[in-house]
Ligand binder design. Structure first.
Ligand SMILES: [Fe+2]
Length: 392
């Protein structure tokens, strides 16, 4: 998939193609450095929820303010215009993309992970020079937007990439490149560029897994790229089922990038879960109960979709992209549902009545595109398509 193919994919998905009005206005202000402070503070204050979310992050312990910051004007004076605009843009994007789960990809888990990365990035930044906490937080929220894009727009390909990554012990970016010719990090950077986010954010998103490949960066940008990568690895330590490899990498990179030793890193890792729990409610992020997380749903050893036996090592089948969690598999195909792909309303109605009489549940699609979307969502056991001219 080339950059132009990806842009074509974005064009087909309204969620990603166009941001909501508030987000667009905030993003515009991030590059309009001559705008008066009142413009951004007024814009943020016009949305009570956004204002409260901003102040929650600004007053979090990692910013180390001795007194509570009561408003955005004061925050801009203390933290800086561009950083506050970047944070507002990241939170506005978080809100726009907190959609309901409607497929195999776990959107709740996505933002739980994103919040861990954001908080870890800010905590790491608080131990360094440069006051990068707010930028690190914003980048942490946004760095995996490319995953959201790929998983939502190309769910089967994403499932295959995850399956391949788990089956062959490849980094997810390598598996994505093998299958899609583009990684989620590149896809996220293209998305952020298209949304006109600041180039520093674009670079930190692009190189969040492999910061060493981004050595064209300027000296001033490099710490954010490195923080982005380090906070991602730290989130792996906190949330992954197998944290030991990530921990070794985290210690190595923390020492190499910022001279932070294992004791400092362990201290941060101990602190982050509590901070995440405090910031999760204002951010509307649902954090998994650690005890419930330990009772993970077992994976199937044979793919229920394609029958591949080598597929049982991870959450998704590397052959066909099917989810392998037992509860997902149970709903993989519903033998009670029949999908009708038919552009004639009269024929759809007639077929629906017939299907109901036979004791099944009809799922109606007007077009081929809608049929594909409903097939992914409803997992019908049978497709009824009586015409070859159904519009796609
Ligand atoms: Fe990533």
């Amino acid at each position: 998939m080339t950059e132009s193919d990806l842009n074509g994919l974005i064009d087909q998905h309204d969620d990603f193609r166009s941001l909501n009005d508030l987000t667009v206005q905030i993003v515009e202000l991030t590059t309009e450095l001559s705008a008066p402070i009142q413009k951004i503070s007024g814009l943020i204050a016009s949305d009570e929820k956004l204002l409260s979310q901003m102040l929650s992050v600004i007053n979090a312990p990692f910013n180390r303010f001795s007194d509570t910051i009561p408003n955005i004007e004061q925050a801009v004076n203390l933290i800086g215009y561009r950083k506050i605009c970047g944070l507002a843009a990241a939170i506005a994007l978080l809100r726009q993309f907190q959609f309901q789960d409607d497929g195999e990809y776990d959107v709740r888990e996505h933002w739980e992970y994103g919040l861990h990365v954001a908080v870890t990035g800010a905590e790491l930044a608080s131990r360094m020079k440069g006051e990068l906490q707010v930028e690190a937080f914003a980048i942490g929220l946004l760095q995996d937007m490319g995953t959201l894009l790929i998983a939502r727009c190309l769910p089967i390909s994403y499932g295959k990439a995850l399956g391949l990554s788990e089956a062959r012990d490849l980094h997810i970016s390598q598996a994505e490149k093998e299958l899609l010719k583009i990684s989620h990090a590149d896809a996220g950077a293209i998305l952020c560029q298209r949304w006109k986010l600041h180039p520093t954010i674009v670079d930190a998103v692009r190189f969040h897994h492999f910061p060493e490949t981004g050595d064209a960066k300027t000296e001033s940008e490099r710490p954010l790229v490195q923080l982005s990568s380090l906070s991602n690895t730290a989130a792996d330590v906190l949330l992954s089922a197998h944290p030991d490899d990530a921990r070794e990498l985290l210690y190595d990179r923390a020492e190499q990038f910022f001279g932070l030793g294992p004791n400092v890193i362990d201290e941060i890792l101990d602190k982050v879960p509590e901070l995440v729990l405090k910031l999760a409610p204002p951010m509307d992020v649902v954090v998994r109960d650690p005890e419930a997380a330990s009772e993970e749903v077992p994976h199937l050893s044979v793919c229920p979709n394609c029958g591949s036996e080598a597929a049982g090592s991870g959450k998704f089948c590397s052959e066909c992209g099917q989810a392998l969690l037992s509860e997902d598999a149970a709903k993989a195909l519903s033998t009670e549902k029949i999908l009708i792909a038919e552009d004639s309303a009269a024929t759809r109605l007639a077929l629906s009545i017939l299907i109901r009489r036979l004791g099944f549940t009809p799922v109606e699609a007007y077009s081929g595109v809608e049929a594909v979307q409903l097939a992914e969502k409803e997992r019908p056991g049978l497709l009824s398509s009586w015409t070859s001219t159904c519009p796609v």
